[in-house]
Write a new protein. Structure first.
Length: 388
């Protein structure tokens, strides 16, 4: 069997239709969208069309969408751009986020409180055992100095889905800005920024079968944030620098395709995830299910295997042609156990024995059955070696 890719939360394979249109805008329609001649206006039309497509996914206005280099930039810009603008007049700012946010949010908040210790404080909320951030705990954490809440929609390591509609309602009621990292949920779970009271939202192309190096930040009309790049007047002067036209066009195409297929995709992906868990749990004892099978995102399955080091299992599966991960790709190479798994209450040894399987549009039942059997054999072999 060919190599099997079960790391779709790290990145996805570019859809052939996306690659085709990107090539067209690299080779034939290559103009700079800021140029006023034919080539430039042709490029601008394509970029505006892509902006319309991604805006439609979340029911946003086209003027509220700003293209970025990806989710990390969008998260950084949302939080830094708003908070550093707010404290310009020595106003104190309190941020509410969680202990298990993506590092692009978590580390940005840590940086801000260290850089401005007299002005900025951060509350890091603890999740429940399934990885959910309680809207009640968000409300309880709000103070008179709270200016922004940042809670992710879907957790990238365990797939927990937060009630961002209720969190958004609480924030709007208290006149506090609400940002959500929707990198793992964009086009996979319905999002309506208006009814959910979302002020800022981050998303990324390469999680939805589009190219790497392009993302978006939704900024609700009248929300004032500082640009973090300076230069020309691209993106309405908010995000300067020549736009990544092929990437943006590809992002738009990927969003268009995903919106047509997501209901069918999610149903099939969920059945594949459930089958994989069924195969593993039937024949492998002493495992811990870290994902919420009933209510979590269907594409993520995180399991800890007692007596097996996660990196060893990852390498053993890789030798069998099965690609998985031990957590976020942005934390690859770290010897520390997952902050997310520790956050939901796992012991360090269990956190370090975890594997994340993330299933995507292109996976098949045959691949899942092969992968499940490969896991069973690899765990059995690694445990026998550790007990010798």
């Amino acid at each position: 069997m060919k190599n099997i890719y079960l790391d779709n939360s790290a990145t996805t394979q570019v859809d052939p239709e996306v690659a085709k249109i990107m090539t067209e805008y690299m080779v034939e329609k290559f103009g700079n969208p800021s140029s006023i001649h034919f080539f430039g206006q042709q490029a601008k039309y394509a970029m505006d069309n892509a902006r319309e497509k991604v805006a439609k996914v979340i029911n946003a206005g086209v003027k509220e969408i700003f293209f970025t280099s990806g989710g990390t930039e969008s998260d950084n810009w949302a939080i830094r751009g708003f908070v550093e603008n707010y404290i310009k007049k020595n106003n104190k700012a309190h941020i509410v986020t969680s202990r298990i946010e993506h590092s692009a949010v978590y580390e940005t908040c840590r940086m801000l409180e260290k850089k401005y210790p007299q002005l900025i404080t951060v509350t890091y909320l603890k999740p429940d055992k399934k990885g959910h951030i309680s809207p009640y705990e968000v409300k309880k954490a709000l103070t008179s100095d709270t200016v922004i809440v940042s809670i992710m929609h879907v957790n990238n390591e365990i797939g927990a889905i937060n009630d961002i509609a209720e969190i958004g309602r609480i924030c709007r009621e208290k006149c506090v800005l609400f940002h959500t990292d929707a990198v793992q949920s964009f086009t996979k779970i319905p999002i309506n920024v208006k009814t959910m009271n979302i002020d800022l939202l981050s998303a990324s192309s390469h999680k939805i079968y589009g190219p790497k190096g392009v993302g978006l930040l939704y900024v609700r009309n009248k929300v004032d944030i500082l640009p973090i790049l300076f230069g020309g007047k691209q993106e309405s002067g908010q995000r300067n620098g020549t736009e990544n036209l092929p990437g943006i066009v590809g992002f738009g195409k990927a969003a268009e395709i995903a919106m047509k297929t997501y209901k069918k995709d999610i149903q099939r992906i969920g059945s594949l995830r459930n089958k994989l868990y069924e195969l593993i749990s039937k024949d492998v004892k002493d495992i811990i299910l870290n994902s919420d099978i009933e209510e979590g995102y269907e594409g993520i399955l995180n399991i800890s295997f007692d007596g097996v080091e996660g990196e060893s299992l990852l390498l053993a599966l890789d030798m069998e042609g099965v690609a998985v991960s031990t957590g976020s790709a942005c934390s690859a190479g770290s010897v520390k156990p997952s902050r997310v798994l520790l956050g939901i209450g796992l012991m360090e040894v269990d956190a370090q024995s975890s594997i994340r399987f993330s299933i995507g549009r292109n996976n098949t039942m045959e691949e899942i059955e092969f992968a499940g059997n490969a896991v069973i054999k690899a765990v059995e072999r690694l445990r026998s070696m550790s007990w010798m």
